[in-house]
Design a protein around this ligand. Sequence first.
Ligand SMILES: *Cc1c(COP(=O)(O)O)cnc(C)c1O
Length: 404
Amino acid sequence: MTASDSRNAARHAQAEQWLVPTYKPQPIAIVRGEGCRLWDADGGEYLDLMGGIATAALGHCHPKVVSALNEQASKLWHVSNLFSTEPQLELANRLLAHSFADRVFFANSGAEANEVALKLARRHFHDAETDRTEIVAFDGSFHGRTLFTLSATGQPAYREGFEPVVPGILHAPFNDLAAAEKIIGPHTAAILVEPMQGEGGVRPATPEFLEGLRSLADERGCLLIFDEIQTGMGRTGALFAYQQYGVTPDIMTLAKALGNGIPIGAMLAREDIAQALVPGTHGSTFGGNPLATACATAVLDELIEGGVLEHANAMGKRLGERLDAIAASLGPDKVVEARGMGLLRGIELHGPAADVVAGCRERGVLVIPAGANVVRIAPPLVIETDELDRGLDVLESVLQSVLG
Ligand SMILES: *Cc1c(COP(=O)(O)O)cnc(C)c1O
């Protein structure tokens, strides 16, 4: 095929011309997906080891989610939160039954879920008539692109040119409890942390760090918020990563895999805290939309009752073992380390991840970077052993040739 008959090339040119240039999309247009496979506009087939950035947990076009969406699409699309709807309550019921939380607020994205979590923390202490307004977050974190969540994001490059940021946010080094201890004080409303940093390089928190933050929050009277937008929904091997750590937050946020790709976010909180958001304090036109919540309900049912969670746990172990073996065979001159939990893992290189991402794509396997030097692997949780092995064989050989 010449470049001029390539539909991928034509679409890529349009993307470059028409879209606000915040993304530098890869030079293929994806037209269809099924399970762990994707097809581009020229018929090229890919094995998906990135799942729409840790989102397509059940794989692409999972039949149960497709039928939940179709069924809801012919029943009711949208009435706003001025009415309750059954799909929203079904989802709330499941999320609360399977987590520490007593109440949930539905949003449309991860950033929106974090936005309301941060607003809730401030409002909670406002009602208690304290002057706790500060948020403590961590270097290397990623919490979203609204101004509040961007301000909390611990990567200065994301904030550049958008200052002044939201005041009252302090950053401490990740996994450094002594540093956190120094800045958590009488003005801290909440500590915001990812149990494992995703975008920031696939870095798990140490158990001591999260346990220590829990103790600090209790001793010093502030809230602990876990951003489980990327780690939640079975990604790390449990339904929520906090369960694996045995450290329960006061507030938790979810998005990415919650709807298997349909836009939805959620903020879950304990009863006494959630009470601060009285009528009129927050809202969302689309939040909890029937289409989105019907999909998310199907996702939870499949994860829990359909056995996907156990499968993901087994596949996660295999992925971890194989990445360790790849790291060992390439050696410390090429690989810094392989790390992660469950089916969210990264391999940090002495070299740019982008070259490896492109090399894998050319050989029909999709992976993504997490920061400049980390190749992130976050396949659908339903991936089978032979698919995973085939993908990792390609990754290994691309790593050998790119880093060679
Ligand atoms: C992706 C992500 C967000 C932002 O979610 P959006 O849906 O892009 O707004 C926030 N926190 C974490 C940990 C994420 O991975």
